[in-house]
Design a protein around this ligand. Structure first.
Ligand SMILES: [Zn+2]
Length: 262
């Protein structure tokens, strides 16, 4: 099937809505499974707070967010036949509130709606807990069949990687999961608050002023595997929560001024 001339096969057109750019679904999209989104949340384990997230309502308020959305759209359009520079999965990095999980959940949903792809959303902490629970005290081994769905799902979304420090044994188990997915050529989407950097950049950074880097949270072995299996998409933007708070404060100040007796 030739790619649609209007959207180039991504299924979206970038349009201006009240001064902001959004991705609008193109007419070439068939409604497909769109009616059955209720099934999506149960099937893909997407938590309620991310249920509304689609590519179409991702707010690309900065050039960086716009290029992150475009990257996500072309990833979805190409899936599962990804080019050599596309990577098997995507690693979204950026500060809190910038929209990483929105974008990753939207990719999961887009693939489910348009390609029928099975996926699973896992919060990193929840996965760590699952790994811990899968440890058998008597045999002193991990019961890996507990983790089978995480290894075998078509697309794994691992949210907030690095948010918790891992023991060596947890790190080994996480490496096993991600490496098995890599070998089987299954896509993994990851979000993290920690910036990626190679060894030189980590060493060059001012130790007193900098935040921790991803490699310091997850270790060198896991980081190099991730670099082979994911394309890094860095999101730079105004923090949505901060922006909302600031506008609330302006509104509050406005209303209190109105109420003040003169
Ligand atoms: Zn189209």
């Amino acid at each position: 099937m030739p790619a649609c001339e209007r959207c180039g096969g991504t299924g979206f057109l970038i349009v201006d809505r009240e001064g902001r750019d959004y991705a609008q679904p193109c007419a070439c999209r068939d409604s497909g499974r769109a009616s059955g989104t209720a099934g999506f949340f149960a099937a893909c384990r997407v938590p309620p707070r991310y249920e509304h997230c689609t590519l179409a309502n991702f707010d690309m308020g900065t050039p960086s967010l716009r290029s992150a959305l475009e990257r996500a759209m072309s990833y979805c359009a190409g899936y599962p036949y990804l080019g050599t520079d596309e990577g098997l999965g995507l690693l979204f990095t950026g500060d809190n509130g910038v929209g990483k999980t929105h974008l990753a959940a939207a990719v999961l949903r887009e693939l489910w709606e348009r390609k029928g792809t099975r996926g699973q959303f896992w919060d990193f902490h929840e996965l760590i807990r699952e790994i811990r629970n899968s440890y058998n005290e008597e045999t002193r081994t991990t019961e890996l069949q507990v983790l089978e769905p995480v290894v075998e799902t078509d697309v794994l979304l691992l949210d907030d990687l690095g948010a918790w420090k891992m023991t060596d044994w947890m790190n080994d188990t996480l490496f096993y999961i991600l490496n098995s997915r890599y070998i089987a050529k299954r896509a993994t989407l990851i979000t993290t608050n920690y910036q990626d950097a190679d060894r030189e950049r980590v060493l060059a950074a001012d130790p007193l002023r900098r935040k921790e880097f991803l490699v310091e949270r997850i270790g060198q072995r896991l980081r190099s595997r991730l670099m082979e299996m994911c394309l890094v998409v860095n999101l730079l933007g105004q923090d949505h929560r901060q922006a909302r708070q600031a506008s609330n404060q302006v509104a509050l100040r406005g209303s209190s001024r109105l109420g003040e007796p003169k």
